[in-house]
Write a protein that binds this ligand. Structure first.
Ligand SMILES: Cc1cc2nc3c(=O)[nH]c(=O)nc-3n(C[C@H](O)[C@H](O)[C@H](O)COP(=O)(O)OP(=O)(O)OC[C@H]3O[C@@H](n4cnc5c(N)ncnc54)[C@H](O)[C@@H]3O)c2cc1C
Length: 368
């Protein structure tokens, strides 16, 4: 069902959304969220509150199909379901869950997740955004950058430093003092809205605080959820590149015969298919571990590190086989490769995942 939706509703427009410069031509996030919500894909792996209650593996496969069209469209589902909705589901009060989750699952309300700051990405513990108590209220000040959908969102999950350590808030974006603007000139993930927002004396009642989250483990638990979806998603992007390339080399003639008939081509294609299958199996294995309640964060890191890295290599190799045609938007290959540069960086860079795996293996933290 999702593959059909991707092919019929999304793929015909995705190159235009990627290329668009005028706001009216850009990806219609609100419209798509409502349609994707109707399909039951937003927060589909969460239970209750209008969410689908699916297995993690089924959610992973949905990510794979969406990212086969474009990483930006998978990002929409990841940020809504695994970051914003998951934060409320896992760390929120019963009232917060009832207030926000049904509308977010339906795609009527859009959420974003504000952790990264201009000076703190890989090291969110250094964040400068503050939350201070004022009577029974909280007052937030600071800024967040590189936040998917912040400028179109109804609600922001905001992480801030307080006397109690890092804590999280559910912030309606209509709250006075909250302002967001879209970041432009990206060369990657262009079919996704990326924004920065500032908090200027944003005053919130106590019940806006996520009561279950205390310390960095709050946002990190959400990131682990989103990383899991990327393990599958990256496979989708790579699959689309390889399928496009197989079709291309079958018809493109060089030196009087199809490109597919050259041993150099076949070596590239065989190696890519092997890596793609390995990535797919790794995703499936991690999905089953997660469904069994046995997955550990460092295992998610193995999947995110390997699958995004290999997907990017596949996208670049496919691009070589398409020659000059590979650099246009007529084919999806360089669009995927450019998108995967962001996917390689967000939700923990490759280096961060190497450090997570290294620490798990050696028992020594080498982050600083
Ligand atoms: C399109 C897009 C959408 C995004 N959406 C969101 C969002 O919705 N919400 C959100 O909160 N954030 C979001 N991000 C931000 C993303 O999570 C950060 O960019 C990421 O965490 C990396 O942080 P940074 O860019 O500050 O890089 P830095 O942390 O400055 O890293 C720069 C380089 O240093 C390396 N490095 C860092 N630490 C170490 C170390 N200890 N040892 C060795 N090398 C190290 C990194 O691996 C990297 O190669 C998004 C980013 C992009 C590009």
């Amino acid at each position: 069902m999702v593959r059909e939706f991707g092919e019929q509703r999304l793929r015909p427009h995705v190159a235009e959304w990627f290329e668009a410069a005028r706001p009216e031509d850009k990806v219609p996030v609100r419209e798509l969220a409502a349609e994707i919500g109707k399909l039951g894909l937003l927060g589909m792996h969460l239970t209750g509150y209008g969410c689908g209650g699916s297995t993690a593996t089924a959610y992973g496969l949905v990510c794979q199909e969406l990212e086969a069209v474009d990483s930006g469209l998978r990002s929409l589902v990841s940020v809504q379901g695994s970051l914003a909705m998951f934060a409320i589901h896992r760390w929120g009060s019963e009232e917060q869950r009832q207030q926000w989750l049904p509308g977010m699952a339906a795609g009527e309300l859009i959420g974003c997740f504000g952790l990264t700051e201009p000076d703190f990405g890989s090291n969110p513990g250094g964040m400068r955004t503050t939350a201070r108590r004022d009577g029974s209220d909280w007052v937030l000040n600071g800024s967040k950058m590189w936040i998917t959908n912040a400028s179109v969102a109804d609600v922001a999950i905001v992480w801030a430093r307080s006397k109690e350590g890092v804590i999280g808030f559910v912030v309606p974006t209509s709250t006075p003092g909250f302002s967001a603007r879209e970041m432009t000139h990206k060369l990657s993930l262009r079919a996704s809205v990326t924004s920065e927002f500032t908090l200027d004396d944003v005053r919130l009642p106590e019940d806006a605080k996520l009561p279950g989250a205390q310390g960095l483990s709050g946002p990190l638990a959400c990131l682990s959820e989103a990383r899991f979806g990327i393990v599958f998603g990256a496979v989708g992007a790579a699959r689309d590149c390889l399928e496009t390339t197989l079709e291309y080399v079958g018809t493109r003639e060089v030196f009087d015969k199809p490109l597919a008939g050259y041993q150099l081509t076949q070596a590239k294609i065989a190696d890519m298919a092997v890596e793609l299958s390995k990535a797919q199996l790794l995703a499936l294995h991690l999905g089953r571990l997660k469904d069994d309640g046995r997955i550990r964060p460092e295992q998610v890191s193995v999947g995110k590190l390997n699958n995004v890295r290999e997907a990017l290599k596949i996208a670049r190799e496919c691009r070589t086989l398409l020659g000059a045609n590979g650099v246009t938007l007529e084919y999806p290959v360089l669009r995927h490769a450019n998108n995967l540069e962001s996917v390689l960086t967000y939700e923990g860079t490759s280096e961060v995942h190497q450090l997570v795996i290294g620490e798990a293996l050696t028992g020594v933290s080498a982050f600083r």
